[in-house]
Design a protein around this ligand. Sequence first.
Ligand code: NDP
Length: 246
Amino acid sequence: MKIDLSGKVAVVTGGSRGIGHAIAQALAVAGARVAILGRDGPKAQAAAHALANGAARGYGCDVGDAAQVETTIAAVEGDFGRIDVVVNNAGTTRDNLLFRIGEDDWDTVIDTNLKGAFLVTKHAARGMIKRRWGRIVNISSVVGIYGNKGQSNYTASKAGLIGFTKSVSKELASRNVLVNAVAPGFIDTELTRAITGDAREALIGAIPLGRLGQGSDVAAAVLFLVSDFASYITGQVLVVDGGMVL
Ligand code: NDP
């Protein structure tokens, strides 16, 4: 069996760079037409044009804004005719210790990482339910399972995504809409490039496979979960961390 997504339409939030772009690329190579969502519309469009099969479009959309998400999902359905796959990947950090986290930094992280997934899923899942086929993958994080000092806002959002995944998987299973999460470890992107020097070496030293993950490592897990190889898997969290938190 080969992974063939031709005829499918996939939405990847935060697909303009990093892990999301690697996911969008993997889906496009497998034959899907891909819609990339990011706050910066021109960047999302440029990222879409760079994809393999030339059948992608970019959309400017802040996933934490309900009105923007509703309009954008309707635009994607108008442009492509359907949505079969959603990858809720858009994410951000505002790291600090508990007593230094302001309300704005709490709200920005929860709105982007958790509320964004809720809004996109809610609007995109309707068509999947009607057609009795859908795949939703939420990009959580290992720190959403194990916690991390200085990231209580981020870890709360990522743990929340796991609860959201499990609940929605139960609601949508009877309509053949499968909902899973991927929990990456330490992946080499702009988000983690701020960790430098000894701290970076210590983190790499804690990874049994001895290297940082790449976007393509996460993309491969997503590709599996949206494929027919995973048609009996729902409500699960697939950890992709090089063995870091066994
Ligand atoms: P990057 O910072 O490299 O990319 C984040 C992407 O999300 C960009 O495309 C950005 O585009 C988009 N984005 C951010 N905020 C919003 C928003 N409000 N609305 C729409 N799009 C938004 O991050 P990574 O690629 O490293 O991370 C991707 C996902 O993987 C995140 O959810 C992250 O939490 C998760 N993750 C990452 C790990 C890592 O080690 N890198 C480890 C575990 C999980 P724009 O700025 O144009 O909006």
